[in-house]
Design a protein around this ligand. Structure first.
Ligand SMILES: NC(=O)c1ccc[n+]([C@@H]2O[C@H](COP(=O)([O-])OP(=O)(O)OC[C@H]3O[C@@H](n4cnc5c(N)ncnc54)[C@H](OP(=O)(O)O)[C@@H]3O)[C@@H](O)[C@H]2O)c1
Length: 328
């Protein structure tokens, strides 16, 4: 057995150990899960640094999400789960960078056998985020346009897939021409390269239409400010992350004279507060879309857990075109 344990708060490279002899004790109502795959998500590094919404606790196992198979259930747990494939939810009660974990059943959802396990390993965060961002903040109709930053990100890949399925159109901002190609391959309707006169170039690409919703993961003022210029009067900008580290800023005139609304979103609040039936139904629906190929995230490489240092370096490589996963 092995796992990646956080030893202190700071840069992940100098604050983890590869623990080859962890103790696992199965409680009466708990499940023993053998992991199949677990991705490196941007929040894993943020958490180690103490910049995430969940405080880092030295001794915790890192890894926000993953998929595995239940190999044993405590005597008071549901025995029918033994043998089932489950995704581990980002509750941060259990870390997924481990070949085996003990979990309470509230931290897992059983999923279909019909989908690629690597794709299922990435189900619980980004596809759920995409689904909630598209359904909670605007009454979208087929033909409506959505403005997006982090064009080539995995979360955007899910947003584009779900938007396309619902008949919405997407305009994505990217930082690099190769990323623009990638967004087109995801099915993005329009892609605009970041840079000078971005607001004017976004408006031109929309050809007289306006956005019904803007979703921003970049932060700062450049991309989100440019998209907001083309958002409908009174429309909503949802901030779900800040890759730049800066808070979202909208142009004063857009915010006040056009009465735009800036909202925040954090998936973990939904995981913590939504009724269990809603969580199970949402993941069942999204897992079915993974199984039929509607939803997928590009994978660039997989690593065994022991090669975690190479995996971390790869996950941070500029120009990366897909996710890095641990495969067990
Ligand atoms: N609020 C929530 O509940 C929630 C849920 C899911 C995800 N998220 C957040 O969404 C973000 C994307 O996650 P992901 O899994 O989709 O990541 P990902 O696939 O690794 O993609 C990262 C994206 O960020 C871009 N990027 C990196 N550094 C940047 C910078 N300094 N300025 C502008 N863009 C930059 C990358 O562009 P290049 O390829 O050009 O480098 C790429 O498009 C993360 O911050 C994550 O924490 C939040």
């Amino acid at each position: 057995m092995s796992k990646i344990t956080l030893t202190g708060v700071g840069d992940v490279d100098s604050n983890v150990v590869f623990d080859t002899n962890p103790e696992l004790t199965l409680g009466d109502d708990e499940l023993l899960v053998a992991l199949e795959a677990a991705p490196i998500h941007p929040v894993d590094f943020l958490l180690a640094q103490g910049w995430y919404g969940v405080p880092p606790t030295p001794g915790m196992t890192l890894g926000s999400e993953g998929v595995g198979r239940v190999v044993k259930a405590g005597p008071a747990a549901d025995q029918s789960l033994v043998g089932r494939r489950v995704v581990i939810l980002p509750t941060y009660e259990v870390g997924t960078w481990a070949d085996q974990v003990v979990v309470h059943p509230r931290n897992v959802v059983a999923v279909t056998e019909d989908a690629d396990p690597q794709q299922l390993a990435m189900l619980s965060i980004n596809p759920a985020t995409a689904h909630l961002l598209l359904t909670r903040y605007a009454s979208l109709k087929p033909g409506d346009w959505i403005g997006l930053t982090l064009g080539n990100s995995a979360v955007n890949q899910s947003i584009i897939a779900l938007a396309k399925r619902a008949g919405y159109k997407t305009l994505s901002i990217v930082r690099r021409e190769e990323a623009a190609e990638q967004v087109r391959s995801f099915g993005g309707d329009a892609v605009v390269l970041a840079g000078e006169n971005l607001g004017a170039r976004v408006a031109e690409a929309l050809g007289g239409k306006q956005f019904a919703l803007v979703l921003d993961g970049e932060g700062g003022d450049a991309s989100v400010g440019a998209l907001a210029q083309s958002l409908v009067f009174g429309g909503t900008v949802v901030a779900y992350s800040s890759m730049t580290g800066a808070s979202q800023v909208l142009g004063l005139g857009d915010l006040i004279y056009r009465e735009l609304e800036l909202r925040g979103f954090w998936l973990i609040n939904w995981i913590r507060n939504a009724p269990r039936e809603e969580i199970e139904a949402t993941y069942a629906e999204l897992a079915a879309l993974v199984a039929d190929g509607t939803l997928s995230a590009t994978v660039e490489a997989t690593y065994p857990l022991a090669e975690y240092r190479e995996a971390f370096a790869h996950a941070r490589t500029p120009g990366r075109t897909g996710k890095i996963l641990f495969a067990f």
